[in-house]
Ligand binder design. Structure first.
Ligand code: NAD
Ligand code: TYD
Length: 352
């Protein structure tokens, strides 16, 4: 059956991998990538598939209800995979209102548009909302995990805005019967991630021999998943996930920041031909992030048991692939860190 699928935020980091996977794997589907192209959206992320006959780009803001209705109605959209969002915690601390607007009001507009256009005819329809493990709050060093039943306890404006959007998605399911799925994923890494997030920022700074700003003591723990494995999970869940259900996505791959940073330094130095340890002197401990969550760790057993998804890549392989990609795509890095962005960025974080 031919499907018309709307992917929001497809010009961003994770969205571009999802768009690429769907365009390549499903030539019979029509894939509509809707993106506002904020600083984080970059059509160069999709240059390899942009000319494909089953791919269409729509520049629009998800907060624009009328346009969302038009896009869904005119293209007979039956599936929505919603990734568009403001996604960086540090920016949310500086500018929380922007996050409420994009993540809460944007998701709400999209839900309302789907509800109005589908108008109760929900057969073969799905609204799939992509969220984060950060909505669950923080864990101690006690070996526990976030499960699908963990109570929401967001701490940053970013995670609060994502938590709110998750609640609206479930409210549309419970109140109007809208078919929905929500997934909460751990930290992603890989090609095309904007170099404000830890891994690409540090690779780029090592390349330029600039300081590596480690927040606090570097003891916070994150659970890292290769972005293509997240896109594979989204594919499986979009096609086989249960209406109304939630799935956690993660690779049981926890790293203390400082240990991860040392792996990045070692890998970049090796690939640049520097003697081992050369760039360790760039490590600079800086003031901790306000409200910095201590530890994230996802239990994705439900996804494995019910839908058979597992990560395909070991972390060591994933990180080497990622560092290689950034070093081989320095033009991409230079483009997104130059001009307007660089000025904005410097103003926000002048130590970087
Ligand atoms: P990103 O910041 O790289 O990309 C976000 C994209 O959304 C950009 O292309 C941007 O232009 C677009 N966008 C923002 N506001 C918009 C609006 N109002 N209208 C239309 N488009 C808009 O983000 P990402 O890291 O790829 O994250 C994608 C999604 O996955 C987000 O919902 C995020 O919360 C979630 N997520 C991210 C991670 C992670 O580690 N990056 C982990 C779990 C979940
Ligand atoms: P980040 O990539 O911003 O993801 P998130 O905050 O969504 O987990 O940060 C990952 C971890 O790295 C987090 O604990 C904060 C820390 N961090 C630094 O120590 N220095 C930095 O410059 C950045 C961007 C992050």
């Amino acid at each position: 059956m031919k499907k018309n699928i709307l992917i929001t935020g497809g010009a961003g980091f994770i969205g571009s991998h999802v768009v690429r996977l769907f365009v390549n794997k499903y030539p019979d589907y029509n894939i509509y990538n809707l993106d506002k192209l904020t600083y984080a959206g970059n059509l160069a992320n999709l240059s390899d598939i942009e000319a494909r006959p089953n791919y269409t780009f729509v520049k629009a803001d998800i907060c624009d209800l009328e346009t969302m209705k038009e896009v869904i109605a005119e293209n007979n959209i039956t599936g929505i995979i919603h990734l568009a969002a403001e996604s960086h915690v540090d920016r949310s601390i500086k500018d929380p209102l922007v996050f409420a607007q994009a993540n809460v009001m944007g998701t709400l507009s999209l839900l309302q548009a789907a509800k109005e256009v589908w108008n109760g005819d929900y057969s073969d329809k799905i609204f799939y909302h992509i969220s984060t493990d950060e909505v669950y709050g923080t864990l101690d060093f006690d070996g526990t995990f976030f499960t699908e039943d963990t109570k929401y306890d967001p701490h940053s404006p970013y995670s609060a805005s994502k938590a709110s959007s998750d609640h609206f998605v479930r409210a549309y399911h419970d109140t109007y019967g809208l078919p929905v799925i929500v997934t909460n994923c751990s930290n992603n890494y890989g090609p095309y991630q904007f170099p404000e997030k830890l891994i690409p920022l540090f690779i780029n700074n090592i390349r330029h021999q600039k300081p590596l700003p480690v927040y606090g003591k570097g003891e916070n723990v994150r659970d890292w998943l290769y972005v293509v494995d997240h896109a594979r999970a989204i594919d499986v869940i979009f096609h086989r996930g249960k209406n109304g259900d939630t799935y956690n996505i993660g690779g049981f791959n926890e790293w203390k920041n400082i240990d991860l940073i040392k792996v990045i330094i070692k890998t970049v130095d090796k690939l640049l031909g520097n003697p081992e340890g050369t760039s360790e002197s760039l490590i600079t401990y800086v003031t901790d992030r306000a409200g910095h969550d201590l530890r994230y760790a996802i239990d994705s057993t439900k996804l494995k048991n019910e839908l058979g998804w597992e990560p395909s890549l070991q972390f060591e392989e994933g990180i080497e692939k990622t560092v290689k990609w950034y070093l081989e795509n320095q033009e991409w890095l230079d483009n997104v860190t130059s001009g307007e962005y660089e000025n904005y960025y410097r103003k926000m974080y002048n130590q970087k």
